[in-house]
Design a binder for this molecule. Sequence first.
Ligand code: SAH
Ligand code: SF4
Ligand code: F3S
Length: 466
Amino acid sequence: MNEVTLPTTQKTQRTANTRKVFIKTYGCQMNVYDSERMGDALAGDGYQVTKNIEEAELVLLNTCHIREKAAEKVYSDIGRIRKIKEKNEADGRRLTIGVTGCVAQAEGKEILHRAKAVDLVVGPQTYHRLPQIVARALSGERVVDTDYATEDKFEHLPKPQRAQVISRGVTAFLTIQEGCDKFCTFCVVPYTRGSEQSRPVSRIVEEARRLTQAGVREITLLGQNVNAWHGEGPDGREWGLGELLFKLAKLDGLQRLRYTTSHPIDMSRDDEDSLLAAHRDLEILMPYLHLPVQSGSDRILKAMNRHHTADDYLRAIERFRNVRPDIAISGDFIVGFPGESDEDFNQTLSLINEVNYASAFSFCYSPRPGTPGALLKETVPKEIASARLQELQALLNQQQYAFNQNCVGKQMDVLLEKPGKKPDQLIARSPWLQSVILNDSVGKIGDILPVRIIEGSPNSLVGEVI
Ligand code: SAH
Ligand code: SF4
Ligand code: F3S
């Protein structure tokens, strides 16, 4: 009798003990990675990640402070979640609300004053303390932890379970570097993420192995300046990104590697340099380079504290195109930085014409509190900045469409990534990071298959399996 009832009782208990956490991610890929690691940190306390906020006991908003709009969005979301909290409380259920990420770091306890419904605030350096912080919040304290922790958070964060990795799909992010020491005058990242820290090779390889053993086929290495990564190698020497790529390329089961975001001043300068060699020699390294330039005007680049000229940037791209002619270039642009004249803006358009981008992100300048840019007086009127952004985006969209159109008729290997919207449809990823829609239900997720591209639209491709 006991033998029959015991497992049932255990199962019932487990279900009753399962707590649900809802995590919303704003901002960059580093936040996507961190949100997963926060889920891993809380799993030890019985929390399961849910996509349904209504059933959550804990809501974490993993925020972004990069532009005013991104930061303000959090407060309107908190307003909505507060209503759910009040409704739950009326039903006798508790909902704990936490703000994490870069707004948490930048605004700290101000958030508690501005948003009464928030129970905890945790900056990006201390997610490994999350279980204790949540426990303190549950005992009634309103907790703020925005230390620039001296310990390496990655060393203290629990490793994800195999099942968790599998549930996240066949592509994965892996943060290899945190923080930034560049201090571009428009940017909050050096303040929100702290100084640049590179993880050691052994830890990165160990994490990549765990991912591939659980079925991950494509890994994107992450860092705010990923090409400045310089981690300790197993030989005690400092390694560079190229060397790391050569090492990871040997991992069993791994089929594709990418890295993002790179800074032009840390790009390789000669053919003997290993990052160029990696692009020349490693088939596993995808022919794609995200290299933000922000502006094509040397005057504005100087005011932005970027430490390079437009020509330095163009030469860097040339070096990579020389070793890998099919490499796709993507970038980031800011228009309307203080002092930007029509002439400066036209230089940005010329640079875009010279590079010919496969994709890009572009933004109107947003002055951020605490950055040197926010003190500059020569601001560009909003209407002018918006008009420039429209013109710049029209050109970038045209280049992206042309890049996609140019793929029509070509064959390429794509990674089957996830189900599409229609039955039998699959979404795959091209080597150049394009979404490829496949309507013939051939192959399974995680396979790499040769396809012929039959259609190219502004944002995706359609392919047929060969
Ligand atoms: N580390 C990367 C970029 C990180 S932030 C680099 O050095 O390029 C991502 C992008 O947001 C930046 O490339 C920039 O284009 C944009 N951005 C950052 N701060 C901004 C601001 N204050 N206003 C508008 N766009 C901004
Ligand atoms: Fe920001 Fe500049 Fe650092 Fe990039 S390099 S994160 S833009 S300060
Ligand atoms: Fe935003 Fe922080 Fe990333 S400010 S862009 S979430 S590093």
